[in-house]
Design a protein around this ligand. Structure first.
Ligand code: SAM
Length: 265
């Protein structure tokens, strides 16, 4: 198998992405730690803190005030983001109502998430649920029903990113928040040169040695390279109908990753 994506037709792309994530599902966290030198954990903590899930929602009717947030974690795979958001709501905001639906296209990633959830207090409670779905088309999720939509290191794998953004806009309530963390463009040219050497040189090699799977990690590196710049991606969020708060994005570690946000008017 070869996961080089440069000349792959769109129709084939989805099944190849599926094969990549089925192949990495169980070694996923270890690999993330190795590839990012552990930094992805700090980014994820920062991402969740910046969203502050479970704070009282000001513009809600009085009878709905205590019902917590309805959060949709897209491409939520192993539950990394979902568990953090529930922990934050519970421990920081003393909110026991906020709930997260983990949605992912890949059954193996969802199975891994479900397995991990057994070690959390949210296992088998109404606060955590799993659905298998393509983020580009989610007819089972009603319009105007979601308070917070998160997608972390997921959207660069989507075949039609604009369709996913439009779908995010549809399911969010007015006032609801779209938040995305994704690999992005490094701003400093010198740092970028070092970073590219790490990505193209070390990562496929680490993938080969640790996971026995060079091709999947080669794909991951290429997908990072192809993802739009901070400004381009902000434009796509705007295109979907979102209002952009402030600059619209925050760079992490010099732009290796960025957090983008949008508000549904
Ligand atoms: N959010 C998790 C994290 O940060 O650890 C998992 C991110 S993982 C790199 C990317 C996820 O995107 C995979 O679980 C994959 O199955 C999922 N994915 C890829 N294409 C998708 C699509 N079209 N719709 C929904 N999920 C998708």
């Amino acid at each position: 198998t070869h996961f080089g994506f440069t000349n792959v037709p769109e129709s084939e792309k989805e099944s190849r992405v599926g094969a990549v994530f089925s192949s990495v599902a169980s070694s996923y966290d270890n690999m993330n730690d190795l590839m990012s030198l552990g930094i992805h954990r700090l980014w994820k903590d920062h991402f969740v803190r910046s969203l502050n899930p479970g704070t009282p929602v000001a513009n809600r009717p009085a009878d709905a005030k205590d019902q917590g947030w309805n959060i949709l974690d897209i491409a939520g795979g192993t539950g990394d983001i979902a568990f953090r958001m529930l922990d934050h709501a519970t421990n920081i905001n003393h909110d026991m109502q906020t709930r997260v639906t983990i949605s992912d296209i890949n059954a193996d990633m969802l199975a891994e998430g479900r397995k991990r959830s057994t070690a959390t207090p949210y296992y088998n409670t109404p606060r955590l649920s799993f659905v298998q779905a393509n983020a580009q088309d989610m007819p089972h999720i009603p319009s105007n029903s979601v308070d917070l939509y998160t997608v972390v290191f997921g959207i660069r794998n989507f075949t039609d990113k604009q369709a996913a953004l439009n779908e995010a806009f549809r399911v969010l309530k007015p006032g609801g928040v779209f938040a995305c963390m994704e690999f992005s463009k490094v701003e400093n040219p010198l740092f970028d040169a070092v970073y590219k050497r790490w990505n193209f040189g070390a990562i496929p090699l680490i993938g080969q040695i640790v996971a026995g799977d060079r091709d999947s990690y080669q794909y991951l590196v290429e997908s990072i390279e192809r993802f739009p710049s901070q400004e381009e991606f902000r434009g796509m969020i705007q295109q979907a109908g979102f209002e952009i708060p402030g600059k619209g994005y925050e760079n992490l570690t010099g732009g290796i990753a960025a957090i983008h946000k949008g508000i549904k008017p």
